[in-house]
Design a protein around this ligand. Structure first.
Ligand code: ATP
Ligand code: MG
Length: 576
């Protein structure tokens, strides 16, 4: 398979723009030669593959430069946050293969220090309590063409501000009635510098601090100062914060913090055929368009895990796409390629028949079961061998048989001989049908001389089929997952149609009566396996029970979407 477009050399160079900065800082003996990064999720949703990019980058840089990386929960917006998210985030970061050790922090642990910083700003005459309503504040703010106007409360005295802010904290005022704002420049060309709000009143319980606080710091204020408190040297974030950088620096400079972290922006990961914003993911979950945050079709790490993606494949993917300064869309085929590449080497291969068609080998002794030798992975002999039972009654895939086959169909058809993998050549002699004319069983003969899959007389067959012996088969449910959206950029909503209307109607097919070879019962549940000729699959721990195992399809063996796209292109060309 041709690898999806990705210039690896370019990717390596792209990584360098942050690395080069760090190398430069180290040479200049900035930050006493330390490199300290952080991954700062807000616990208001589950992590997705975009976060994985940030995790790999931040933990990767710390490792490369023998520094440290903190896991910091940016929990300053209690109305939307929850411990469920905190727990899932920790699980996901660990699963991805990163260890923050002792460095687990919460912005909420700094609420007192942040409050003190706010008091300092007031004392410096750099912050004031403003009583404008949110609506008025917006009007006073101006826009990109027009400068803002000073709030009538801007010139309040320091003692008055201190008094009001203390009373805000004491709970004397209603939500929305007052805010604390930084006193910067209402005429600034950068809207972020027009006296941004730094504290708001919210009588809301916080999942960690309970009802201790009724004022909460805003993101821009809390984030940079939390970085400073933790001694972060390089605060890496996505491009939309570029315009916030002057504000980030302003707080740090006014408050004369011990460490002066620098903010560096990189392009966030956008992936085709999916959505990545937490709001949209939340909508899919809340509207029951998927089964939950860990639905195997979602780009969440818990979804990808349940789908059978490996941490290695995700890390490789993140490495390959590199780090850029301009936003772009990465083809989801590249992620799928990364998981195929990883699993091709590592996944043990088994036989499973998803849509069974009964085969009766008429010349095979009734009651006999033979244990045939099979390799677990031809790419890696060290993965060993196993026995596969063979008997008179077997299952093959329905679509490996055609009664009136066209010339190019080389699989089973009456009169044709094929190879059963690891077993024998068989020939289809006749078919059995039900009243509706549907084929219900194939009567075949086998050639005992072809044991192991080759004929001593050099007779060739054109195809090799997978199969499962009926008597020893495990019955299972298999869920065939595919891309959740049929539109490459569902979030763009270009044609005015909401993204929820662009769901691929084929993104999940549930097959209830699949037949698996018995060795699959012993497969360690967390490991992704290959079903020969079909794709990669993983046991679903959540929905399996002792009666019926459930397997999820990770990916098909080949990129069917590329094939479809090519066929479409050819058709379009012909039309012209
Ligand atoms: P929202 O979707 O609500 O904007 P978010 O995705 O920014 O939220 P956070 O929890 O704030 O979620 O993100 C934690 C970190 O992950 C941030 O540093 C953020 O820049 C980074 N991050 C988030 N999405 C991506 C992405 N698609 N690509 C790269 N990094 C990302
Ligand atoms: Mg964010």
């Amino acid at each position: 398979m041709k690898e999806p477009s990705c210039d690896e050399k370019e990717a390596v160079e792209r990584v360098n723009f942050i690395q080069q900065r760090i190398v430069g800082d180290l040479a200049a003996e900035e930050n006493s030669g330390q490199v300290h990064t952080r991954f700062p999720p807000e616990p208001n949703g589950y992590l997705h593959i975009g976060h994985a990019k940030s995790i790999c980058l931040n933990f990767g840089l710390a490792k490369k430069f023998a520094g440290a990386c903190n896991l910091r929960f940016d929990d300053t917006n209690p109305a939307k946050e929850d411990v469920e998210y905190v727990d899932s985030i920790k699980e996901d970061v660990k699963w991805l293969g990163f260890d923050w050790g002792e460095n687990e922090f919460f912005a909420s642990d700094y609420f007192s220090r942040l409050y003190d910083y706010a008091i300092q700003l007031i004392e410096l005459g750099k912050a004031y309590v403003c009583d404008l309503s949110p609506d008025e504040t917006r009007k006073y703010r101006g826009n990109l063409q027009e400068p803002g106007r000073n709030s009538p409360f801007r010139e309040r005295s320091v003692p008055e501000n201190l008094d009001l802010f203390t009373r805000m904290r004491a709970g004397e005022f209603a939500d929305g009635s007052r805010v604390l704002r930084a006193k910067i420049d209402m005429a600034s060309g950068n809207m972020n510098m027009r006296d941004p709000v730094i504290y708001r009143i919210a009588h809301v319980e916080h999942h960690r601090t309970g009802d201790k606080w009724c004022i909460y710091p805003m993101y821009d204020f809390a984030h940079g100062l939390s970085d400073a408190i933790e001694g972060i040297t390089h605060s890496i974030c996505t491009l939309e914060f570029q315009d916030h950088r002057p504000l980030y620096d302003w707080f740090i400079n006014q408050l004369d913090t011990l460490v002066k972290p620098q903010q560096i922006e990189f392009a966030r990961l956008n992936l085709s055929f999916t959505v990545m914003s937490k709001r949209k993911l939340m909508q899919l979950v809340n509207d029951n368009l998927v089964s939950g945050w860990d639905d195997p079709r979602l780009p969440t790490l818990s979804g990808l895990r349940r789908r059978g993606f490996t941490p290695e494949s995700i890390r490789n993917f993140c490495e390959r796409i590199g780090v850029a300064k301009r936003n772009s869309m990465v083809d989801v085929a590249l992620l799928e390629h990364a998981v195929r590449e990883d699993l091709n080497k590592r996944a043990a291969r088994y036989m499973a028949v998803l849509r069974p068609l009964k085969v009766i080998i008429e010349n095979y002794p009734e009651g006999q079961v033979e244990e045939l030798d099979a390799v677990n992975n031809p790419e890696d002999e060290s993965m060993g061998r196993r026995k596969v039972p063979f008997a008179r009654e077997l299952y093959v895939e329905q679509d490996d048989f055609m009664e009136d086959a066209p010339k190019k169909f080389f699989r089973l058809t009456p009169g044709r001989e094929v190879r059963l993998r690891y077993a024998y050549y068989i020939r289809c002699e006749r078919v059995e049908k039900d009243e509706a004319g549907v084929v219900t069983a194939l009567y075949c003969t086998y050639d005992p001389a072809t044991k192991g899959g080759s004929s001593p007389d050099g007779r060739k067959v054109k195809s090799t089929l997978h199969w499962v012996a009926a008597k020893t088969a495990i019955s299972a449910e298999v869920r065939l997952y595919d891309r959740l959206f049929s539109d490459p950029d569902p979030a763009a909503e270009k044609d005015g149609e909401p993204f929820t209307k662009k769901i691929n109607s084929d993104s999940l097919n549930v097959l209830e009566n699949c037949q698996l070879e018995p060795a699959l019962a012993a497969v360690a549940s967390k490991q992704t396996v290959q079903f020969e000729r079909l794709g990669y699959f993983i046991f679903d721990e959540q929905d399996s029970d002792s009666e019926k195992p459930v397997f999820n399809r990770t990916v098909t063996l080949r990129d069917n979407w590329a094939k479809k796209a090519k066929a479409q292109q050819n058709q379009n060309r012909k039309k012209k």
